[in-house]
Design a protein around this ligand. Sequence first.
Ligand SMILES: Nc1ncnc2c1ncn2[C@@H]1O[C@H](COP(=O)(O)OP(=O)(O)OP(=O)(O)O)[C@@H](O)[C@H]1O
Length: 451
Amino acid sequence: MTRAISLRDVTKIYPRDVVAVNRLSLDISPGEFVVLLGPSGCGKTTVLRMIAGLEDITSGELLLDGELANAVPPGERQLAMVFQHYALYPNMTGQQNISFPLKIESPGRDTTNQVRETARLLGIEDLLDRLPAQLSGGERQRVAMGRAIVRRPSAFLLDEPLSNLDAKLRTRLRAEIATLTRHLGVTTVYVTHDQAEAMSLGDRVAVMRDGVIQQIGPAREVYQRPENVFVAAFVGTPRINLLRAAVHAPLDGRLNIDFGTQRIQLPQPLSPDHQMLRVQMGREITVGLRSEAARIASPQEMRPTEALLNGVVQHVEFQGHESLVHVSTGAHPARVEGLEAPRPPAARRARGQRAGRKAPLRRLVGRYLSRSEGAERPEAERRNEPPGAAPPPPTAAGRITDGLVVRTSADAQPRLGERVPLLIDLDQMYVFDEEGQRICPAPPRRPSFSR
Ligand SMILES: Nc1ncnc2c1ncn2[C@@H]1O[C@H](COP(=O)(O)OP(=O)(O)OP(=O)(O)O)[C@@H](O)[C@H]1O
């Protein structure tokens, strides 16, 4: 049997007014694999512990298969939890550790076959006679998984189960977990702060921040259509380029996006998405460009859906199969707060949570106070330039300011300090408003219930 898990408007407030989870709603279908992703302290583990019954719910409802379960004792929920720290009994062999939950359930029962079958599924038959101290980290985590699945639970709750392992083993084990849970067809909730892990696992990813789900959907959708600037910045490697900008729409000219030292003109006729930008005139916007949304190529190669910026190569990261080129454009980077920042004090957090779901821009997007080189030039001076005409001066040797990170083939070898044209794919350009919400491409219309 596999379970449907629903959280309805669930809040968790710890002592001293710490709002760990704030009116969170989530429906997980039987057999579904959902990943909770977010920075440290955003409330992921608390959600998992409330589902497991290890933490009381302050308000809201937990439903298991549609039945209210807030008060059901953990042992009666038929859920298995696997933690980051394997928590194996050190004086028990693999066999004894795995069989332990069965022995607790019915002492005296012969568990040999069940344990063997579980060990076979996990490929750890040869480890059953060993003590935890005689196992590697990955092997211990497999035994811990074995102990979790041996009772055939109706759902798995996995709390960063791989974070103690090295990168290679993590990649292998996460593939194994995905295969295993699919094979067992069991509902799985998996917590991680590692976005690469989240993207490679699961049917849906829920991105959390400060106890609130920012977006939930298939990994591809979350990556390609981030609903706000936080999701855009949290998901994806290398991190998305976020630039401060403003929209200009001269009566007699073409709509353009102004980055301070350079502008890009939007192609005419304006696409429906770009038309939405007119209402942003006079307000600050944030432009998001993933590293694959720009390419270093001659302006002669520019496609109708591309626009030109100029930049100076600051740094090249050779990655083997590709290179990441950091290009300074003179645009001011936008900084997203709370991605890895230390936790704010409890009282401030509680006040912030009460302010509600739509946080103002200053909470979502912080701005660098410092200006980069060549940034401040009079508007009049810039109006006379063709779009994309003004690359910033090269930076002093060794100094890397916040450049645009662009993917290139590994063969491309731009020189440091070289001025390069950047072709920006406007179909892959995101625009976020002052609130940090995505306005371009336009979000899908929410269903209207008014007649
Ligand atoms: N028992 C507790 N008492 C008080 N505050 C707590 C308690 N447990 C967690 N918190 C706080 O609740 C917030 C959410 O914690 P939680 O462990 O759920 O976050 P998380 O996203 O799982 O973080 P991490 O990835 O670091 O494990 C944090 O601010 C944390 O300090």
